[in-house]
Design a protein around this ligand. Structure first.
Ligand SMILES: *Cc1c(COP(=O)(O)O)cnc(C)c1O
Length: 457
């Protein structure tokens, strides 16, 4: 075997790191549908988005034509502290499985926030600082995004107000303390600090909160506080753009060793890590240069791609945000309390939704217990303790590698390992104790939620 030539970890030199992000929308013939103003149902203009988002980020959000956008030097300098992230050849996993497949994973958990979210957090904080703002507000569910943003804000000396879903605030005290260590203020949501929070508390006393509610609180505070804007960790076009650094590095590393991927796999919550990982590869497909099989993996408990509808919907439960056309389960859909907090969003990035609708990517859903089985298997052979979200991709990568045992094909499988699972040990505990369940919503539940989609056109 010639495998010996490829090292276990493939790193890029500093000089080989991307200097530009890649905007896949520029190469899409069918552009993602625009965000709509929920009042007028007309496409949101830059002026309408300006009170909520930073100016430069609004520009990136609306830009469907510029393929390459320069990564400012300050952001590249910050990236150098934890990037390039390694592309790992999973020799141990291949051997254990006995597969002829070659498996690679791009590991984004090598920074203190523990996930890929820092790639966009630092960009969003940079543009906020450049605009002379005092600070930003956001929501966090599982806590990864809040952690990444608090790190980014402390680097640029910006105030950071995080509204954390109350149930996670109580269950994940260490996430909260990491955020406070980086100077963020963390408020359990719903809170009495906002009008929407007070209203939700009055209507539902004792509620443990939801992501949709925390978004509404964070947006309210941003729009009412002088010098503040709201930032979001996934779903938006700008976030996919920043996350393209993952795919650009992956492609550069594969090119460097003369390898071509056959199958690319990523977990899909709001779609930012998957979108970032696949962007340069999808770009090649769109330009007719190469072909890949791309698989999005979502939880069976929150199956936006595989069982949702491609329609305009609200991005939040409070219905204050613009409407986005996406694969959605309905903004009122409350997924069963599974343990991949980062994959519990009701919708999906509009860019990925369009690519899926055009047949460029496939999607599959997996059950929670199978995901934890794969996570544990992986931890024991490759050493890394994976986040539950990332383990969705591991599960499908292992399945594809097993298929190669049957067919004898030497396929090259690349998957995104988005983060580590140190703050998810209660979930691992449930799995080990055999008390983890696999709730899958019924057709009737999904239909009920979809019946409340806003009426557009
Ligand atoms: C947030 C998160 C995800 C899911 O978000 P996407 O926007 O779909 O990438 C996946 N993995 C980890 C570790 C996360 O923190």
């Amino acid at each position: 075997m010639s495998n010996e030539k490829i090292p276990y970890k493939i790193y890029l030199e500093e000089s080989e790191m991307p200097k530009e992000w890649y905007n896949v929308r520029a190469d899409m013939k069918n552009k993602p549908a625009p965000l709509l103003n929920p009042g007028t149902l007309q496409p949101m203009t830059a002026e309408e988005l300006a009170p909520v988002f930073c100016d430069e980020l609004v520009k990136q959000e609306l830009d469907d034509t510029t393929p390459y956008i320069e990564i400012p030097e300050e952001i590249r300098d910050f990236y150098k502290m934890y990037r390039p992230s390694p592309l790992v050849r999973a020799y141990c996993l291949e051997k254990k499985l006995g597969t002829p497949a070659k498996i690679y994973y791009k590991f984004e958990g090598n920074n203190t926030s523990g996930s890929h979210k820092l790639n966009s957090a630092i960009a969003q904080a940079y543009y906020a600082k450049k605009q002379g703002l005092k600070g930003v507000t956001t929501e966090t569910g599982a806590g990864q995004w809040g952690t990444a943003l608090s790190m980014a804000c402390s680097y640029f000396d910006l105030d950071c107000k995080v509204y954390m879903v109350k149930v996670s605030y109580e269950q994940k005290p260490f996430r909260r303390e990491v955020m406070r260590t980086y100077g963020a203020s963390v408020t359990p949501s719903p809170s009495t600090e906002t009008e929407i929070g007070k209203k939700i508390l009055a209507d539902h006393p004792g509620t443990t909160g939801s992501l949709g509610c925390a978004i509404s609180e964070a947006v309210e505070v941003a729009t009412k506080s002088e010098g503040y804007r709201y930032v979001l960790g996934s779903v938006l076009n700008q976030v996919l753009l920043h996350q393209s650094v993952i795919g650009l590095e992956t492609k550069a590393a594969l090119d460097k060793i003369g390898e071509k991927a056959d199958i690319i796999i990523g977990c899909a919550g709001g779609g930012s890590n998957l979108g970032g990982l696949i962007s340069p590869f999808v770009g090649q497909m769109l330009r007719g240069e190469e072909d890949y099989r791309i698989i999005a993996v979502e939880p069976a408990s929150c199956p936006s791609f595989t069982r949702g509808k491609y329609a305009y919907d609200f991005c939040d439960t409070g219905m204050v945000c613009p409407l986005a056309k996406m694969y959605t389960l309905g903004s009122g859909f409350i997924p069963a309390p599974n343990h991949a907090g980062g994959l519990r969003y009701h919708g999906m990035s509009s860019t990925l939704s369009q690519l899926y609708d055009d047949g460029l990517i496939e999607a599959t859903s997996v059950k929670q217990t199978e995901v934890f089985e794969a996570a544990e298997y992986f931890a024991r052979v490759e050493g890394i303790l994976p986040a539950p979200e990332s383990s969705h991709a591991i599960k499908v990568a292992i399945d594809e590698a097993k298929k190669c045992i049957e067919t004898g094909e030497e396929k090259t499988i690349v998957f995104g390992l988005t983060g580590t699972g140190y703050f998810d040990m209660f979930a691992y505990e449930k799995f080990h104790d055999g008390v983890m369940d696999d709730y899958i919503p019924t057709d009737a539940e999904i239909a009920e939620s979809l019946s409340k989609l806003p009426k557009v056109d």
